[in-house]
Design a protein around this ligand. Structure first.
Ligand code: TPP
Ligand code: MG
Length: 659
């Protein structure tokens, strides 16, 4: 009885305080980033609530509309409130994919993604997805209900230490050490995700979802980004002013920052500077802009690499200059060692970290859009840039490099015609990729997986708008693309969502086809079926004497198209080049009717360049029993020995060793 009375008093006090606070709420609403339209009346008002109510209300005022996960008793008391708080719970097939969905959700919308799961196994299942988001710099809150405080350490049901496993893949870890701090610490996690641009863990012992306290839900607070230090910006502007051949490299930070692409376009046009995109950030500059050169890095544009190789000043905006965007490609060490580098990077830990900055280089710790705008203003304020006089001549040279590369790509499309002729019912991967490129709807969001066909697609995916391309970034895990683009589709339901996946990797995510149909997340998946774990087989082709081990795949009759149909989606097997484009367009149009389609493209076993040439060596063994595995040269053909033929055996035991 007494408890009830005091609860009522608290509630009454809460109401009075809330009224008093309304004027303040309106005045500071503009500081709330990305959650326009969210009713934040409750913020700052001490209110008696259950711990679950405090948790859910804090999610709500942080603009959370969608949460990905798998149901579990640990957080059921809060889950029960989601619908009334306007939060959709998207029930998935595997928690790893819930994390990828939260990642894709952010990458498409700019809004922090959220995932939740059951303590123990549900949470350890998150790890791969969170690591991928960490390397994609995607803000998300990973909510990890934990074993109860009074039993933790007893080795009870579903118990695992949940903080160490995320310690290096989250930017910040927030542990709720008392139920009364539920609102404070939940709010802190959302603020941190945006500030740190990455995943933040919110670890909540499951008993803390119960109980009641007077909570003050914090108002979301976001630190305003800045262009960078005054000295660094001015020094950079002078370096750029003196450049004869400036080249811009536009990275993921440009996609992430508000107005980033427009600011880089303005900088490029002011200087007549060509723009290359960093590795797998093909949406960081409009491909149809005359100064666009295409992507750097693995399977990227040699035209862009040639342009970069000729620069005297490289203006690298919104990038940590990771190795896969600067290492040699196509045997071409294109990074100009004597060019001056200006690097704009928002994370102070990553300025000059991967590519060291030298004496004449300039590191700017700032927001990509604001820094680019500041550079444009500083250039306009002083003497004319040296590059202004040579705009036309440089433009002609850039165009020459771009055209030369396009001609080379055209040649590569037919490089293995003999093998293609030997398998007339199979498509050459690059030819299929070109058809897909031509048919891709302009506003599509495309996610790509890890594998050979997906990597080659880097050269065949072009975008006009940012937040359109979600490749599995440097974490490089197979199984990324479908769930990532599903998250993007939830955030942007009116845009076509397309995933490119290899047949091996598809085995890791095809279970989410069930989620697409059940949760009405219409998506199109293009599966490149080459009957092999191709990217890894390429290593065995080049350096291991075509001894195939663990790389050959077989699939059931009816293939993945059949499996898709059994899961309630549309499924189609494509064996003719002329069907590729129309099938993609049909599937994207069908998304408007709520349909998910798996397009299985039957390709030859042809393989593109290897991923890790930088890390591989020809084997030289020491023990006599292994001498037969020594190799002295790369494969002369560079292609699998079963290209255009029946599958070569997987050499798993002495019975079918090659020698
Ligand atoms: C989770 C995970 N496991 C293993 C790997 C190693 N790996 C990289 S590419 C690849 C082969 C991918 O094969 P597939 O999806 O069929 O595409 P393909 O290369 O044949 O085009 C593998 C196994 C990885 N990157 N991620
Ligand atoms: Mg494959």
């Amino acid at each position: 009885m007494r408890a009830t009375t005091s609860a009522a008093q608290h509630v009454r006090r809460g109401v009075v305080a809330r009224r008093r606070n309304m004027a303040t709420a309106a005045a500071t609403a503009q500081h709330v980033h990305g959650q326009s339209g969210v009713d934040t009346d409750i913020c700052g008002v001490p209110t008696l609530m259950t711990n679950s109510e405090a948790f859910v209300e804090t999610l709500r005022v942080n603009g959370v509309k969608d949460v990905f996960g798998i149901v579990g008793s640990a957080f059921m008391d809060s889950l029960d409130l989601f619908p009334r708080a306007g939060i959709r719970f998207i029930s998935v097939a595997h928690e790893q994919n819930a994390a990828h969905m939260a990642d894709g959700y952010y990458r498409a919308s700019g809004k922090t993604g959220t995932c939740i799961g059951q303590n123990g196994p549900g949470i350890s299942n998150f790890v791969t997805g969170v690591a991928a988001a960490y390397w994609a710099n995607s803000p998300m809150v990973v909510i990890t209900p934990e074993a109860a405080t009074l039993t933790k350490g007893h080795g009870g049901f579903q118990e695992v230490d949940q903080l160490p496993m995320f310690s290096t893949v989250c930017k910040e870890q927030v542990h709720v050490n008392n139920g009364a701090r539920m609102a404070e610490l939940t709010g802190l996690a959302y603020n941190a995700s945006i500030r740190e641009l990455g995943p933040v863990q919110l670890n909540i012992p499951r008993d803390f979802f119960y109980g009641q306290n007077t909570f003050t839900v914090p108002r979301p607070s976001v630190i305003e980004p800045t262009a960078g230090g005054e000295n660094a910006l001015q020094t950079a502007a002078e370096v750029i002013r003196g450049a004869k051949n400036p080249v811009i490299i536009s990275g993921g930070g440009v996609v992430q920052s508000e107005g980033g692409v427009a600011a880089v376009v303005a900088l490029a046009e002011a200087l007549g500077a060509p723009v290359a995109s960093t590795y797998l950030h093909n949406d960081s500059f409009p491909h149809d802009h005359p100064l666009s050169c295409g992507p750097l890095g693995y399977c990227g544009s040699k035209g862009a690499m040639t342009v970069v190789s000729e620069a005297d000043v490289l203006i690298c905006v919104g990038t940590r200059l990771g190795p896969f965007g600067t290492n040699p490609q196509y045997g071409f060490n294109y990074w100009p060692t004597d060019a001056k580098v200006v690097q704009v990077e928002i994370d102070p830990k990553r300025v000059g970290r991967v590519k060291a900055l030298r004496q004449d280089d300039v590191g700017i710790c700032g927001d990509a859009a604001l820094a680019a705008k500041s550079l444009v203003a500083r250039l306009a304020a002083g003497a004319e840039a040296a590059a202004s006089a040579t705009k036309a001549e440089r433009f002609a040279r850039i165009n020459g490099h771009k055209t030369a590369w396009e001609e080379e790509v055209q040649q590569m499309l037919v490089a293995n015609q003999a093998a293609a002729d030997a398998e007339p019912d199979k498509l050459v991967p690059r030819q299929a990729l070109r058809e897909l490129e031509k048919a891709m709807p302009e506003d599509a969001m495309v996610a790509t997986d890890i594998g050979n066909s997906c990597s080659v697609s880097n050269g065949f995916l072009k975008f006009k708008e940012p937040r359109s391309y979600f490749a599995a970034m440097t974490y490089g895990n197979c199984g990324y693309a479908l769930p990532a683009v599903m998250g993007a589709k939830v955030a942007c339901p009116d845009r076509p969502a397309v995933a490119y996946v290899g047949d091996g990797a598809w085995g890791m995510s095809l279970n989410e086809t069930l989620t697409c149909t059940r949760e009405n997340i219409p998506t199109t998946v293009v599966v490149f079926n080459n009957r092999q774990w191709g990217a890894e087989k390429k290593n065995q082709v080049l350096w291991f004497g075509d001894r195939y081990l663990g790389v050959q795949l077989e699939h059931p009759d009816g293939g993945f198209a059949g499996i898709a149909k059994a899961m309630g989606a549309e499924g189609v097997q494509v064996t003719k080049l002329e069907d590729v484009g129309p099938e993609l367009q049909k599937a994207c149009a069908a998304q408007k009717d709520g349909k998910t389609t798996i397009i299985e493209i039957m390709t030859t076993r042809e393989l593109g360049d290897p991923f890790r040439r930088d890390a591989m060596k020809l084997p030289q063994r020491l023990l006599s029993k292994y001498q037969a595995t020594n190799e002295s040269a790369e494969s002369a053909t560079q292609q699998p020995i079963d290209l255009g033929k029946d599958a070569a055996p997987d050499y798993k035991g002495p019975g079918n060793w090659k020698f």
